[in-house]
Ligand binder design. Structure first.
Ligand code: AMP
Length: 306
């Protein structure tokens, strides 16, 4: 089944307690598509500036990512600067430069207009809506992600998009902010009343919670000792989740969604082991299989007689 994603393609400058990196590849579409590519093909729509190094696009192409919807426009590439303190769950945005994303008008090439799975990655909700408008047949699943920047600055447009999506991926603090609720469960319930039938609340090193109708599924995060750079974990989670559903599971049953949560947590756990996309450069299918098995062992227990 086909996957189309829209999102940012970025040059990130990062500071974590373990080091600094300047102008490394990042962005929601970049992490999403790289993670999804471990399960099968994915196409992205986005924009880069004249200064975006061709080698980063080559890397994505080499992973089977279809870049026919990516345009190179005059101007500078989107840039994000972030810092993490000892609490790696919280990214502090130091600077966001929209640059070419400021005037971007996404146009889907005709062959990308009928995706089975559509992911509206973290980007201006107006662009998410423009992509949704061009889709010619209702996808099996329309999922979206967003962040505090858009919740604060473009709330009405974001709420408009949410009415049109089936599923939202969102961080716990952003879920609270979006819903105006302190409790994450209440926040998830409030989000489900905004449009999406399902929501995944991402909780960094504490894992993720899937809400679907009356069901809740909790996926842990893999207990890693060396977390280097959490940037991209959320998008890698969504990429693993949708990549697994579209290419392996091919249905939207509760059982499949639960497995997809573990697939997402697995890809996210690799993402954070090194800076930027670096861990994905040499990640092998056997390593993914081993970690999936480790997840099973981590959460498996026999019934407890009382
Ligand atoms: P996450 O997966 O949530 O850690 O997302 C990390 C990526 O989001 C980084 O690589 C950034 O380039 C990107 N990003 C940060 N702020 C924004 C924004 N306002 N719009 C789109 N992408 C962003």
């Amino acid at each position: 089944m086909s996957i189309l994603a829209v999102g940012s393609i970025a040059l990130d400058s990062l500071e974590t307690p373990f080091g600094k990196r300047e102008e490394v590849p990042g962005g929601s579409a970049t992490f999403f598509s790289t993670a999804a590519s471990f399960f099968g093909p994915v196409a992205i729509v986005g924009v880069v500036g004249e200064d975006f190094p061709e080698e980063h696009l080559e890397f994505l192409r080499g992973r089977g990512v279809d870049l026919t919807g990516v345009v190179r426009q005059s101007g500078r590439t989107f840039r994000w600067k972030g810092r993490y303190g000892f609490d790696l769950n919280e990214a502090h945005t130091l600077e966001t430069q929209l640059n070419v994303f400021g005037e971007f008008d996404p146009v889907l090439p005709p062959q990308l207009r009928r995706p089975d799975f559509l992911f509206l990655g973290n980007i201006h909700p107006r662009l998410q809506a423009k992509v949704l408008d061009q889709v010619e047949a209702r996808p099996k699943l329309v999922a979206a992600d967003t962040m505090n920047f858009w919740i604060e600055n473009t709330r009405p447009e974001l709420l408009e998009v949410l009415r049109r999506v089936d599923m939202l991926f969102i961080n716990d603090s952003e879920a609270r902010q979006l819903a105006g609720e302190h409790n994450v469960i209440k926040a998830a319930r409030a989000i489900l009343r905004m449009g999406p039938k399902r929501a995944v609340i991402k909780r960094g090193e504490y894992g993720a919670l899937l809400f679907d109708d009356g069901h809740v599924f909790a996926s842990p995060a893999y207990p890693l000792e060396d977390v280097f750079d959490p940037t991209g974990a959320g998008d890698s989670f969504a990429g693993g989740f949708i990549g697994y559903l579209a290419h392996r599971r091919r249905d939207l049953t509760l059982d499949g969604l639960r497995q997809a949560c573990i697939a997402g947590s697995t890809l996210a756990s690799f993402c954070v082991e090194r800076f930027s996309l670096d861990r994905f450069r040499d990640l092998r299918a056997e390593e993914i299989a081993q970690r999936l098995a480790a997840f099973k062992a981590l959460t498996d227990f026999h019934e407890i007689p009382v």
